[in-house]
Design a protein. Structure first.
Length: 203
């Protein structure tokens, strides 16, 4: 499938746990008026998380039902739980010309790359491996064992992302504002280029 079919722009944000993906995605919503896709997941909700806003928290059976109905644009198993992007709201927003952001893992990103050749795909890196541990502990969402499991997988995820060859840009999230500005600049240039193409020619 080509994303040329839609006037909107699909943006993918991936990276190891704790690198700042969610923080960056919310800033992109504010700065670009983008629509953040709400993923479905079978992982339990954190105490601060809201069903329907942060995720659609589903039972394994409900998730399977969506799989059987082919409702997902992509899906993957991450840290022992299922996560997936429901196609309908994403396609509708792209048809309406919106910038749509997917915060998804590398397996999901590979599926999106195959279906949307014009998607803009970003992989976010920490300034140093130790910053992931600091940020996950500061966030206070996950238990120590969950944090340890996520940290153990970070190196492999970065390697897998590099090998996948599906990302267009690698952004180091050291200073948060700098990282957000880099992504905003890249996306804005792409949107501007599209508008130029669509301008009526007078001569
Ligand atoms: P992810 O979605 O990648 O797991 P989050 O966006 O939840 O990560 O960020 C994890 C923690 O790191 C949050 O407490 C967030 O406020 C913090 N954080 C994000 N970016 C930075 C940064 N550049 N410097 C320091 N802390 C950051
Ligand atoms: P978390 O549990 O920290 O919210 O997310 C864990 C991992 O799942 C992150 O790498 C996140 O990007 C990924 N993820 C979240 N939603 C989706 C989704 O819809 N599809 C895929 N493939 N990965 C997702």
């Amino acid at each position: 499938m080509s994303s040329n079919l839609y006037p909107g722009l699909l943006v993918v944000i991936s990276g190891p746990s704790g690198v700042g993906k969610t923080t960056i995605c919310h800033a992109l919503v504010d700065r670009l008026g983008a629509q953040l896709s709400v993923s479905a997941t079978t992982r339990p909700a954190g105490s601060e998380e809201c069903n329907g806003e942060d995720y659609l928290f589903l039972s394994a059976q409900q998730f399977k039902q969506h799989l059987d109905n082919a409702d997902f644009l992509e899906h993957a198993q991450v840290f022992g739980h299922y996560y997936g992007t429901l196609a309908k709201p994403v396609i509708e927003a792209l048809q309406a010309g919106k910038i749509v952001i997917l915060e998804i893992d590398v397996n999901g990103a590979k599926q999106i790359r195959q279906r949307f050749d014009r998607a803009k795909m970003f992989f976010i890196l920490p300034p140093a491996p130790a910053s992931l541990s600091d940020r996950l502990n500061t966030r206070r969402r996950d238990a120590k064992t969950v944090i340890a499991e996520r940290l153990a997988k970070a190196d492999g995820e970065v390697r897998f992302a590099r090998e996948s060859g599906c990302y267009d840009y690698t952004i180091v999230n050291d200073n948060l504002e700098d990282a957000i500005n880099q992504i905003v600049t890249i996306i804005s240039k792409r949107c501007f280029a599209n508008q130029e193409k669509e301008k009526p020619q007078n001569d």
